[in-house]
Design a protein around this ligand. Sequence first.
Ligand code: NDP
Length: 273
Amino acid sequence: MKEFTLDNGIKIPSVVVGVFRVEDAKIAYDMIRTALAVGYRHIDTAMIYGNEEAVGKAIKDSGVDRKDIFLTTKLWNDDQRSGKVNEAIETSLSKLGTEYVDLYLVHWPVKGTYADVWKKMEKVYENGKAKAIGVSNYNIHHLDDLLEKAEVIPAVNQIECYQYFSQENIVKYCRDKGICPEAWGPLGAGQSDILSNQVIMEIAEKHSKTPAQVVLRWNLQRGVVVIPKSVHENRLKENLDIYNFRLEDDDMQRICSLNKDLRLGADPDNFNF
Ligand code: NDP
């Protein structure tokens, strides 16, 4: 379970360190150095997070081989609107100090651009600048539109997903189409009481694990990659230490029943950025 396999055969580490809202270069640098030192091998950034340079420098200084790190970045909405996909990946690669990323994602479904942007993403893939390409924040109807014309199936769909917003339908759709689902905000993005939910706390106690470990493990057992973010070493370690226990069917069911379709982030059908 440490790695899942994407549709094109590439292995993807299933617990990812995310760096959204870590704009301060020193904090981002330190966080990635720490994350790599404690065992993370998958980093999720984006052009719009403003920390690609710090991430790239941390990777370089870490002593970990570039080929042993799975690096994701994302194509921002302005670059979709202007159609400058190749320019955008080149800028990201230069900031990250690398010749390729492992995964390049269309960050949000910008209306009217899906087919054209995806064609250009396919070129990025063909040119080897990304080992895999995918999307983020795509609902089922966005994916249906994209798949009509796509030659390369998106390897990944990165969506908001935690226990009060379990996105069961999209997760199932993605699984059926060979698209690997990834969960952003898997801990409730620091805006939810999910980590003090009674059911989660009971299950955590039963397995001698923390609530954070239980909520992350639940997604892994559904085949969903998780992207927890923390700037603290103890939490980075805690969030990675989820491979040594198994939630039982009954635990999984109880956690599934917590869903209340409660979205915390922006709605992909109605965003203005
Ligand atoms: P998370 O669910 O990862 O929550 C992060 C919050 O939880 C922070 O406040 C963090 O605090 C806290 N935290 C981390 N670990 C623990 C723990 N073990 N116990 C208690 N609290 C903890 O949400 P994010 O919104 O940060 O999302 C994670 C990643 O997903 C982002 O960094 C980004 O890579 C990606 N993302 C992608 C989006 C997209 O549109 N594709 C949108 C949003 C996020 P602290 O740092 O102080 O430890």
